[in-house]
Ligand binder design. Structure first.
Ligand code: GN1
Ligand code: MG
Length: 367
């Protein structure tokens, strides 16, 4: 891969002269770099190599990001006079990506300096802020027809196709790892039917299609020094989807006491006060448009998303790890086990989690 960052940057219309770039070790898919220019001691740009094995339609994906960022910018999403919108920097040829001589796609964003993010949340104020921010992201996009966006990864959160792919991987056993996962296989089989209720409701249009983020890891919310949520990042998977996906994935990541790849499963549990605060924040900014079916399935959505990501980690483990970047041999299995343990913890607390949604709906619908 062309790794001369200054050469790559020279294909974009930047303000100032390129100074340096630092790799950022985050995410399982793309490669990211923080870029400095000589005129500014603060980071100025955010460069990414877009993983074309996973994102097959990069021009479509970039068009989605452009549509969404322009729509959000038009809503003047400003915070304390600081421009906190992320936007794409055009290339010198007018395109928003640069295709290098080895067919690698690169793109450049502005960098939002002075912000931070949280992998795990232990403070209810931050959880509430995060819920409000992802909810606002969704409601700000509610007037953009979902059909304006390309379905860049078809069936991304479709449980039916994810389960089918998993069972196929069990049969193929490409990496010879099936023997390692008998318990996980039963775990999936026992829950498949209940998990399939969501895709069924989506295809019957009992759950509306909206524009959703689809990768609402809590650490995709940027906070300023006063811990206000100021910006949502990582827009690669913005496409038509269900709001349940966006709610659920943030709970999966932000409201787990443990990391996504914690080896000590006894640390994995649902942090209910964080779940409650996030839920209240999310409902505060979406309640006016939530349908009764969405409300009725929000708590389950947390379990649904935790299960589906666990299933994807396990599928990738069986396939020999072609999809998610791994640091050691059974990394994907470790990740899958964390997700499945969290699903169990959510099952134990299901009634309470539903009650919290209902309380929040009552609180905000009457405000
Ligand atoms: C991937 O690379 P990252 O962390 O932004 C994945 C998500 C998963 C997540 C699991 C396009 O996101 O769906 O939830 O890993 N993104 C894609 O940590 O598959
Ligand atoms: Mg992502």
């Amino acid at each position: 891969m062309e790794k001369d960052i200054s050469k790559i940057i020279s294909h974009f219309k930047i303000d100032g002269e390129f100074a340096s770039a630092t790799p950022l070790l985050t995410g399982h898919i793309n490669d990211s770099y923080i870029v400095y220019v000589k005129e500014n001691s603060q980071p100025t740009y955010f460069l990414q190599w877009i993983n074309n094995y996973i994102f097959k339609d990069v021009p479509g994906l970039m068009e989605n990001i452009l549509t969404v960022t322009e729509h959000l910018a038009a809503k003047k999403n400003r915070h304390e006079n600081q421009d906190v919108d992320i936007h794409l920097i055009p290339g010198i040829d007018g395109k928003y990506f640069y295709l290098d001589s080895e067919d690698n796609y690169w793109r450049l964003y502005n960098y939002i300096a002075g912000t931070h993010s949280y992998d795990i949340v232990d403070n209810q104020h931050i959880a509430f802020e995060g819920g409000k921010a992802f909810g606002k992201f969704s409601s700000d996009l509610a007037d953009l027809p979902a059909t304006r966006l390309h379905d860049t990864i078809p069936n991304f959160h479709n449980m039916e196709t994810r389960l089918a792919a998993f069972f196929q991987s069990v049969i193929d056993d490409k990496a010879g790892r099936r023997k390692e996962v008998p318990n996980e296989l039963s775990f999936v089989e026992e829950r498949a039917a209940v998990m399939l209720t969501i895709p069924e409701m989506i295809s019957n249009r009992e759950l509306p299609l909206r524009i959703t983020h689809n990768d609402t890891k809590f650490n995709n919310i940027l906070f300023d020094e006063k811990n206000h949520a100021v910006c949502i990042v990582d827009l690669d998977t913005v496409m038509p989807g269900s709001l349940l996906f966006d709610f659920g994935d943030a709970i999966r990541t932000g409201a787990n006491f443990a990391d996504e790849d914690e080896k000590d499963l006894s640390k994995v549990d649902i942090n209910l006060p964080i779940y409650e605060a996030y839920t209240r924040g999310f409902i505060a900014s979406t309640c006016k448009s939530l349908t009764s079916n969405e409300i009725a399935h929000l708590a389950f959505a947390a379990r649904f998303m935790t299960f589906i990501i666990g299933l994807r980690f396990l599928t990738d483990y069986l396939d020999g790890d072609p999809y998610f970047r791994t640091q050691y041999a059974d990394h994907n299995l470790v990740r899958a086990r964390v997700q499945f343990r969290l699903v169990e913890k959510m099952e134990e607390n299901a009634l309470y989690m539903e009650q919290i949604v209902q309380n929040a709906v009552n609180e905000y619908l009457t405000k």
